[in-house]
Design a protein around this ligand. Structure first.
Ligand SMILES: Nc1ncnc2c1ncn2[C@@H]1O[C@H](COP(=O)(O)OP(=O)(O)OP(=O)(O)O)[C@@H](O)[C@H]1O
Ligand SMILES: [Mg+2]
Length: 364
């Protein structure tokens, strides 16, 4: 079993706390993504799991074993850095066998493992090639192979596709996903790219300011964001918010904002504060001729099959995802209304979703 569990994990550098009281359970064979903006503590969390950084407090379990104070080399975990960290003067085969030689494996064992990894990664035809002659994609595969030959309990990857161009990233994303399905090793993958996270992950932990805000399947993170930050960080573009200066009672089923009715989803906790905000994804808003929030068109972006129309209203800018055939002009007066009941209400003070079921489920 290579379940990874972190309990109340914390890391401070002097007065600054980079990782705050984190709790997570990463299941055996899971592809788990740590997602968040620059500086939110992703790498620090990963380095603590790897044993490259000691926690200030808290525990790390690999399987049933507490490994928090073990050295990296004692943890049986493979850390894949930016995937270009290869030995440029060695050929592919030597790059793959080097880590095993260092660990004192026998020649025949090394041969078996290198061949197996090369076959899995489809680089068996270039084993004798020099690294410098390889394409970016092949280099990535070799770097993965270097981790693979060790047959680690878990893989840790820190933005491994970071330096690749967009087209290539997409391709390598598919490769990684395929490889993960083939070898089924527990993987913790760090990225700040939400699309990458959504396409790769079994589950995602969204981090900000050293805290894990939510950890769940991509569809739950998208549809039931626990906080405003998660709601705006996920999605392209992220969720819209409409701030209101009023509380919402438990029985209330609609709220009228400037003449537009918003249906309040059931099972909400009562908001204690007097300020709240409505969160609505751009695809759940539509343009209308009457009965909507009034505004003017500020921008139009084409996204292939859809259009994003940005509208300036009294409640700030709202982004609406519309059909490509919708015709609007800059500065044109339009109205915006919700096209369904897909609304999340966030507490004005805590920025947390009032739907308690979204919260803290992963920490149990
Ligand atoms: N050795 C260190 N000493 C002091 N501060 C550090 C150290 N390592 C990280 N930090 C700080 O801790 C915070 C989290 O850093 P970390 O590298 O974990 O972020 P990240 O989420 O990986 O960001 P990025 O997406 O930019 O890689 C940052 O503010 C960073 O400056
Ligand atoms: Mg980082």
């Amino acid at each position: 079993m290579s379940k990874i569990k972190i309990v109340n994990l914390q890391k401070s550098f002097g007065d600054f706390t980079a990782v705050k009281n984190s709790n997570l359970t990463i299941n055996d064979k899971e592809f788990f993504v740590l997602l968040g903006p620059s500086g939110c503590g992703k790498t620090t969390t990963l380095r603590m799991i790897a044993g490259l950084e000691l926690p200030t407090s808290g525990e790390i379990y690999l399987g049933e074993e507490e490994v928090g104070m073990l050295r990296a080399s004692e943890r049986d975990i493979a850390f894949v850095f930016q995937l270009f960290a290869l030995y440029p003067h060695m050929n592919v085969k030597n790059n793959l066998s080097f880590p095993l030689k260092m660990q004192g494996y026998s020649r025949s064992e090394i041969k078996t493992r290198v061949e197996e990894a090369a076959k899995l990664l489809r680089i068996d035809h270039i084993l004798n090639s020099n690294i410098s002659s390889l394409s970016g994609g092949d280099r990535q595969r070799v770097a993965l192979g270097r981790a693979l030959v060790r047959r680690p309990k878990a893989f840790l990857m820190d933005e491994p596709l970071g330096t690749l161009d967009a087209e290539f990233r997409e391709l390598m994303c598919l490769e990684l996903k395929k490889l993960h399905i083939d070898i089924g090793a527990t993987t913790v993958y760090v990225t700040h790219d939400q699309l990458e996270a959504m396409s790769l992950a079994d589950r995602i932990a969204v981090m900000d300011g050293g805290e894990i805000l939510q950890a769940d399947e991509p569809s739950v993170i998208y549809n039931k964001p626990a906080t405003k930050f998660v709601a705006s960080f996920i999605g392209s573009p992220g969720m819209n918010f409409i701030s209101i200066d009023q509380g919402i009672s438990n029985e209330q089923s609609t709220l009228n904002i400037e003449g537009t009715n918003f249906n309040i989803p059931k099972q909400y906790e009562i908001s204690k504060g007097k300020k709240n905000s409505f969160g609505i994804r751009p695809e759940n808003l539509s343009l209308t001729n009457e009965g909507g929030l009034k505004g003017s068109v500020f921008g139009v972006e084409y996204l292939g099959s859809r259009k994003i129309v940005t509208i300036k209203t009294n409640f700030g800018e709202l982004k609406v995802k519309t059909d490509i055939s919708t015709s609007v002009k800059i500065n044109e007066n339009v109205q915006v209304k919700p096209s369904n009941d897909n609304i999340i209400i966030f507490d004005g003070e805590t920025d947390k979703s009032l739907k308690s079921e979204f919260m803290n489920k992963w920490q149990k």
